[in-house]
Design a protein around this ligand. Structure first.
Ligand code: ADP
Ligand code: RBF
Ligand code: MG
Length: 220
């Protein structure tokens, strides 16, 4: 089942942006599977739309502003290991010289690859993940996916963008106008951002509900 499973890659209606500091997991990725995953902290799950389903996804990642790297991520409970908590675990399609625990990782989740499964053996889980990596590598060069490698969210300053980010804002910092948008209406928000940039404003992509001054919602 593992290798014949369909992986057509369904582009999401709008990309989902996640960021956080890379944390330690159970250490199984490298040692048991030989496929390391950079685990996001549990709070990162709060950045997902409430309707977001567990599964295997593909998209783009940066690590402390470097990249973009292609990535394939598991969002779920890892049924093979019967985990008790839901995790977001991206594997980046890049060979790193060192671990990067503690680094700021930013993800633009662009498409859905397949549901998560339990597998009869470790070998079959590994074979399935290898096939995910191969499929994602190809799909991300294709239409709808490749343009997202330049998504400004990937290159925003660390800690900004997404709920939970500390947008700075001490007494000495310049005032900020935070433009937030409904997640289906990213396109219009980006147009407005372009116009603001054209008149000299610094526009930092992201959403910071706590310091929001202007709401920008999609028409119903
Ligand atoms: P853990 O359970 O602690 O996440 P893993 O074995 O899954 O352990 O991954 C360990 C670490 O490997 C990641 O947090 C990251 O710092 C590092 N790493 C090295 N190369 C990669 C890669 N290509 N993709 C993801 N993480 C990588
Ligand atoms: N775990 C599962 O239990 N079932 C899966 O179908 C599954 N698919 C994965 C696909 C990808 C691309 C990646 C990176 C991981 C997947 N995992 C899956 C998670 C895997 O069990 C986890 O990364 C390791 O346990 C290390 O934390
Ligand atoms: Mg991991």
């Amino acid at each position: 089942r593992n290798l014949t499973m369909e992986r057509e890659g369904k582009l999401l209606p709008a990309p989902v942006c996640l960021h956080g500091e890379v944390v330690k997991g159970f250490g199984r990725g490298s040692s048991l599977l030989h496929i390391p995953t950079a685990n996001l902290p549990p709070e990162a799950l709060e950045q997902l739309p409430s309707s977001f389903e567990s599964g295997i996804y593909l998209g783009w990642a940066t690590v402390d502003g470097t990249g973009p790297y292609k990535m394939v991520a598991s969002v779920g409970w890892n049924p093979f290991f019967n985990n008790q908590t839901r995790t977001v675990e991206p594997h980046l399609l890049h060979r790193f010289e060192e671990d990067f625990y503690g680094a700021e990782i930013r993800l633009v989740v662009a498409g859905h690859l397949r549901p998560e499964h339990n597998f009869p053996s470790l070998e079959e889980l590994i074979a399935a993940i290898r096939e995910d990596i191969r499929a994602a590598g190809e799909l991300l060069d294709g239409p709808g996916y490749s343009a997202l490698r330049n998504d400004p969210f990937l290159f925003a300053p660390a800690g900004r963008g997404g709920s939970g980010g500390d947008g700075g804002g001490g007494p000495d910092e310049p005032p900020q106008l935070v433009l937030s948008y409904a997640w289906r209406d990213r396109g219009s928000a980006q147009l407005l951002a372009q116009e603001l940039r054209a008149v000299g404003c610094e526009v930092i992509p992201g959403l910071d509900a706590g310091r929001r001054l202007v709401d920008f919602f999609a028409p119903a």
